[in-house]
Write a protein that binds this ligand. Structure first.
Ligand SMILES: [Zn+2]
Length: 444
């Protein structure tokens, strides 16, 4: 037990504290204390100020909430942002993205692209993200260096990929990474079979076995388009989710990304297995893939998290913007203005993300003992006035320009909107150099 009388490392005094758990609560004039990287105190301001603290920081007109969790993305693809727009999923993938990946993706690409993505995410209030891309060992180095928290997935596909001749090699390298990072305080390794249409049964069985053995998550694009479902019915005689269930992949560790095509039987499978859904509304809108019925899933008791997807299909890593889109879209899809209210939307972007990634004991809400993963949003600006309900203001009238400070495990990674560990100018220069090289030779 930590010594409760020991001084706090930092006491934060925001105007509003939104813990997310308990749900729907806004604490006014409260303090949050951090000791050894964890949340050690939540108390009314006057009481909090009685505790000795090495540093006290006033956050006037600021809303302190758990850091946002971007539960799905492809970090390094940020270097392909805007390379191929306004196309349906299959032609976008097969005619543009896969050829560009074959030509450009190597360790250096992943290093620079991941750093760009991490910097953009930190500046947007994201304290934790999930990554599904090639060379996860290289991307993990950037996670380590930058101070952000992440779930890194081992890519599994039927065909050769940058960094692995086949799925066996990808898994071998992935298991080595799992071993190396199993004690890392901020990195969690999971399996990332790409999609039901790009990974065969034998490889999925292998993934299931390994995930079970290592108690690791399985993160996969599922039911992204109607075409995918149709093709599976023709080839396998069942819907993709049903096929995954029959292979034993579903369960509390399973993270189904997209789920735009959902039948009542699919919902029953998700509920029974306690699988999570990761909703990526802007990617689904842009690729015209369909709509995930968020309210229906929520009402059925399915844990729904949210992700930006890669910047090549979105085109930003703005989770707060994504959450606003999700809140608006949920109402349109449900035909009900009460669907996914502002507090629920914020929960989806924080605690539900943590739960999907198996990190809810560590992060996702402001509770004593959890890691101090926090973001402070400034609501003093013109476009946020007047403030009746700060959470409503954040979701419906806020934006990532409101992000002022961010901490992960008590370490401040963003201070007054400035990155504390990463060199923003160098990252921009690197991205520009890649852009010039790729544009020069992009003949597709
Ligand atoms: Zn994706």
């Amino acid at each position: 037990m930590p010594d409760q009388r020991a001084p706090l490392d930092l006491l934060l005094l925001p105007t509003w504290l939104v813990p997310v758990e308990p749900a729907g609560v806004v604490l006014r004039e409260y303090g949050l204390g951090i000791r050894d990287g964890r949340i050690a105190l939540i108390a009314p301001r006057a009481e909090a100020l009685k505790h000795p603290a090495r540093e006290v920081r006033e956050l006037p007109d600021q809303l302190l909430s758990p850091g946002l969790i971007n539960a799905h993305g492809h970090a390094a693809m940020t270097l392909f942002r805007g390379l191929a727009d306004d196309l349906p999923l299959m032609s976008w993938l097969q005619d543009h993205i896969w050829p560009a990946e074959a030509k450009w993706v190597d360790e250096e690409f992943v290093r620079d692209g991941t750093e760009l993505a991490i910097a953009e995410q930190l500046k947007g209030g994201i304290s934790c993200f999930s990554d599904m891309y090639f060379f996860p060992e290289v991307a993990s180095e950037l996670v380590h260096k930058s101070g952000i928290r992440a779930q890194m997935t081992i890519p599994v596909l039927d065909f050769p990929t940058p960094g692995a001749r086949d799925a066996d090699e990808a898994l071998r390298k992935g298991l080595k990474l799992f071993d190396e990072l199993k004690l890392h305080p901020r990195i969690k390794i999971a399996f990332g079979p790409h999609a039901p249409y790009s990974v065969s049964d034998d490889k999925l069985e292998n993934v299931r076995m390994l995930a079970e053995e290592l108690d690791a998550g399985i993160h996969m694009h599922v039911h992204e388009t109607a075409f995918e479902v149709q093709q599976s019915l023709e080839l396998h005689g069942m819907r993709p989710l049903q096929r995954l269930a029959s292979l034993g992949l579903l369960g509390p560790r399973f993270q189904a990304v997209h789920m735009t095509q959902i039948s009542d039987e699919d919902i029953a499978l998700l509920v029974e297995s306690n699988s999570s859904v990761i909703h990526c509304p802007e990617s689904n809108l842009k690729l015209a893939s369909g709509f995930c019925p968020v309210e229906k899933l929520w009402q059925a008791g399915v844990n729904v998290a949210i992700g930006t997807d890669g910047a090549a299909s979105n085109n930003d890593l703005d989770l707060l913007g994504e959450t606003r889109t999700a809140a608006l879209l949920a109402k349109a899809v449900a035909g009900s203005a009460t669907a996914l209210n502002a507090h629920s939307a914020l929960r989806m972007a924080t605690l539900n993300g943590a739960r999907a990634l198996g990190l809810d004991e560590q992060t996702g809400s402001l509770e004593l003992g959890k890691q101090a993963d926090l973001v402070a949003f400034d609501l003093a600006g013109l476009a946020q006035q007047p403030v009746y309900d700060p959470v409503s203001q954040l979701i419906y009238a806020g934006g990532r320009s409101c992000v002022r400070h961010l901490w992960v495990g008590g370490k401040q990674l963003l201070d007054q909107g400035r990155l504390t560990r990463l060199d923003e100018e160098r990252i921009i220069a690197n991205a520009r150099a890649w852009g010039a090289r790729i544009a020069d030779q992009h003949s597709i």
